[in-house]
Design a protein around this ligand. Structure first.
Ligand code: 4NP
Length: 164
């Protein structure tokens, strides 16, 4: 019997070197821990191509390492038009990312797939995953903790959807 196509999630921020690769790393670790790798897949992208091909920022990697996540060797890539069709759920880190995603979705066909990442947070009250790029170490660590909360809520949501 053929397995159904895995549910696919795209995490999106501005540069795809801080927040969205961190979300991808954290979420993939949670999916793996729960043995759901064949059922849920994820990727990340940026709304700008400026950092194309670059690894995640050393400061987010240091914060991730502090909380037990290692670097799987991700590389930044800009979002493509066909990502809006290909992925089942597209999570924007902040309002600007969400605005840019909605602008790309000219015919509105992906409107219901484009959702704020913080929608899935259950402990943190943040409405956006703040851009840590020009901030300090605490800012990067806050991003990791907030993403752990949101990724965990997202995974619980998906598990309920898959096994109602
Ligand atoms: P990210 O962070 O969107 O979380 O990857 C940023 C990365 C790069 C820049 C800003 C934010 N930048 O201005 O180049």
């Amino acid at each position: 019997m053929n397995n159904p196509k895995p549910y696919s999630i795209l995490f999106v921020c501005l540069g795809n070197i801080c927040r969205s690769p961190a979300a991808e790393i954290i979420f993939k670790a949670m999916v793996k821990e729960q043995g759901l790798e064949g059922q849920i897949e994820s990727d990340s992208a940026g709304t700008i191509g400026y950092h194309r091909g670059c690894p995640p920022d050393a400061r987010i990697l240091a914060a991730l390492e502090k909380y037990g996540y290692s670097n799987p060797g991700l590389k930044s890539r800009p979002i493509r038009k066909d990502d809006l069709e290909q992925f089942d759920l597209i999570l924007g880190m902040d309002r600007e990312n969400l605005r840019n995603l909605k602008k790309m979705d000219k015919n509105g066909l992906a409107e219901r797939k484009i959702v704020p990442m913080c929608f899935f947070a259950t402990h943190f009250l943040d409405e956006e995953v703040p851009d840590p790029y020009y901030g300090d170490r605490e800012g990067f660590e806050h991003v990791v903790k907030l993403l752990e909360d949101a990724c965990s809520g997202l995974l619980e949501h998906l598990k309920k959807q898959m096994n109602p």
